[in-house]
Structures are given as C-alpha cells and as structure tokens.
Design a protein around this ligand. Sequence first.
Ligand SMILES: Nc1nc2c(ncn2[C@@H]2O[C@H](COP(=O)(O)OP(=O)(O)OP(=O)(O)O)[C@@H](O)[C@H]2O)c(=O)[nH]1
Ligand code: SF4
Ligand SMILES: [Mg+2]
Length: 405
Amino acid sequence: MPKTPRGERLILTLTGRRNAGKSSLINALIEQEVAIVSEIPGTTTDPVAKSFELLPLGPVTFYDTAGIDDVGELGEKRIARTRKILFRTDIALLIVDAKGLQKEDKKFIQEIQEMGIPFVVVFNKIDLHKPSSTDKNFCENENVKFCSVSANTKDGISELKEILVNLAPAHLMHEKVLIGDIIHPGQLILLIAPIDLAAPKGRLILPQVQVLREILDNDALGMIVKEREIEAAFEQLKNPPDLVITDSQVVLKVAGDVPPEVDLTTFSILFARYKGDLEILKKGADRIDELKNGDKILIAETCSHSVNCDDIGRVKIPRWLTQYTGKKLEFEVAVGHDFPIDLEKYQLVIHCGACMLNQMEMGRRIIEAERRHVPITNYGITISKVQGVLERVLKPLTKGLEIII
Ligand SMILES: Nc1nc2c(ncn2[C@@H]2O[C@H](COP(=O)(O)OP(=O)(O)OP(=O)(O)O)[C@@H](O)[C@H]2O)c(=O)[nH]1
Ligand code: SF4
Ligand SMILES: [Mg+2]
C-alpha cells in the first residue's frame, strides 16, 4: 500500500449536472451522511468543503459543488464558483447520471483537460441504468478514465477509490523531505525563531514544528532560540552547529551573527525546495537586478487577515526592494486565490509564503505566471536576495552548482 502522504490536504472536487448524485457520492465515499441529498435539482448551491481521512490518500478535502447545468444569472455565478474551486483542485470527479454524457459534461471535460487536472468520469446510479456504450466509447476514444458506481448501493465505490489513488499526483504519494537529505544523525541544527508581536501566542508555527520533527526523525539534535540569543547559544556549545535555519525576516542579523563557515539557510528556502518551486522562484528573484524605474511589482498574498504577512508585503518588502535597486518602483497588492487578469503589466510577482495553499494551487500560480512570461518569486527568497545573503542561504542545498530539488 502506498504511504500516507505528508500533511498536505489533497483537494478532490465533485462536479456534474444537477441531481447527478454528487452529494450522494461524497456520502458514499466517506461512509457518512454529511452532504445534503435530495431529489430536487439544485440542492447544492455553493461549493461546500468537507475534510476527511480517505485512506490510503490521507487527509483530503472534498468539494461538493452546484450543478454545471444550473440556469439563470445565479446559475452562472454558481458555475463560475465551481471553476474557481477547480483552480485549486488536485483531482476532479465528473458525475454523470442516467441521462449520460450531455453537452455540458463534454464541455466541462474539455475545460478540465485544458487545465491539466487529473479527473475521472463517474457514471452514477447504475442500480437504475448502466452507462451507454456510446458514452463508454467516448471516454475510451478521448482517453478519459471512467467507472460505474451506485452511490445508493455502494457498488463500484472501492474501484472508484482505487482510481482516485492512482490519479493522485505522484509527488503527494511519496514522502518528501525538508532537510532529511542534508543532515546526518548526531548533527546539531540550530533554529532561529523570532518571537515578535506577529508570532502566534503559546505555540510555534508549522514550518518550525515540521523542521523540528524532521530533525528528530533523523536522529539529529535540534536547538531553537530567538535571534537575540544566537551569541549565547554559540557560547554554550562546544562545537558550532552543523546547520542554522532562520526565519527569513531576521536573516540579515542572523547572517551577521553566525560565522561564515557555518552553513545557514532559511525556512522559506527549505519549503520552496520541498514544494519543488525553488529553481523558478530563485530565477524570479534574479530578475530583481534588472528592475527599472516605473516597473510594477505585484505583491500576491493569499489571506486577507494575516497581520504578519500584511506588514512584510506592504511595508518591508517595498522598502527593502526600493533600497536595494535604488529605483522608483510601483507596488500593487492582490489578495486572495486569484491572480489579476492583467498579470502581464507586472515586471515581477512576489508571492507570499503560500503556507495556506496546497502544492497544486501554488504550482498552478507558478505555471500561470510562467505561461504569461512574468517572473515570480516569494517573500522569503526576495528578503534574502535584497539583504545580499541569497547565495549563502542556498549553499547548504547545493551540490557543485546544481540545486538539489
Ligand atoms: N437510485 C439511485 N439514486 C441516486 C443515486 N445517487 C443519487 N441518487 C438520488 O439522486 C437524487 C440527487 O442526488 P444528490 O446527491 O442530491 O445529487 P446532486 O448531484 O448533489 O444534486 P444537486 O446538489 O442538486 O446538484 C437524490 O434523490 C438521490 O437519492 C444512486 O446511485 N442511485
Ligand atoms: S498563505 Fe501564509 S504566507 Fe500567504 S498570506 Fe496567508 S499566512 Fe501569509
Ligand atoms: Mg448536491
């Protein structure tokens, strides 16, 4: 059995015409009555997220959506919301009932294919009707995966789960490491965590916890201090640490306090590598050197109420970037799950740390920026770049000249 993937939630979205049995199928997959089912078409109106453990995929979020054949102005708005959810979907399911594949279904199949989302067509209600050979032939000819189920009798549900496991992006099905490949048993890893007003009360943030856990998993030694205690920490130690990992926000101070011969990196770099984005985001940061007067920079943030990120994106990065380049730059902020339509007008996108985005969603944003030829980087990498320490913090991850990604 494949390993349960790491703590990232896989997003599975159920789409299909009204009454096809989308909500019933969610209930059948998770074996609980959580979604409202009724014979009245249009029961589900807004996308509804339900989070569950779906073994062997691990934690997943199911999105139940409104029918793709919904009508009227409201119907169109509902379909538009489904499309937005698709943008952050890892696997899509298109549910089809006894009416078979209609024109809306085929149009949707084309859209999902164009977005590059793995998907399966689920012929539901087989207790009433079997899928037609025309529809099965269509799927075969179009190379579309399909299966037949009954959400009511549960026939075919385990086969569907198997298909979902096979459709899961490969990177989610094998364990990736943050630092496991660059540390050894017995090594001492020093983490620097600023505890300022923006730090959550009474706990560490997830990246720190994840790195600490990996240190333990690798039989290494973890030590965590605030940036003001670095000197005290070094004084207490018989030997310097083998690696120092710092929050990007204090990287300049830390780079000054940690002797140059000691390896230093940032949480941001480790996570960009972990998510497979490091090379592109580093390329984006290199473009900072080419910025000119009047260039527009898009600050892209996912959450609207993150005090911590607000300040970094709106105040610190614009200030540091202006100081570093010596240019008059224009900054605009976009908050939420969508990029502005006119992305091309920006010379650079600086994205937040994306800690609340799943890998697929951030990956799509990167692909979107690349497709439109707009360089993209993130907060942490930008900070290291403009503080002049990017090469140093990348070094622990490089073998020769190649970045290990
Ligand atoms: N016989 C049979 N009926 C089913 C099956 N799956 C769903 N139904 C029925 O089909 C009707 C619609 O089911 P829902 O799950 O509400 O369908 P939906 O796609 O979520 O519908 P909307 O939310 O209105 O878009 C209900 O009366 C269900 O009981 C099935 O496998 N067999
Ligand atoms: S996703 Fe994370 S990094 Fe981005 S704005 Fe939200 S909290 Fe900040
Ligand atoms: Mg429904």
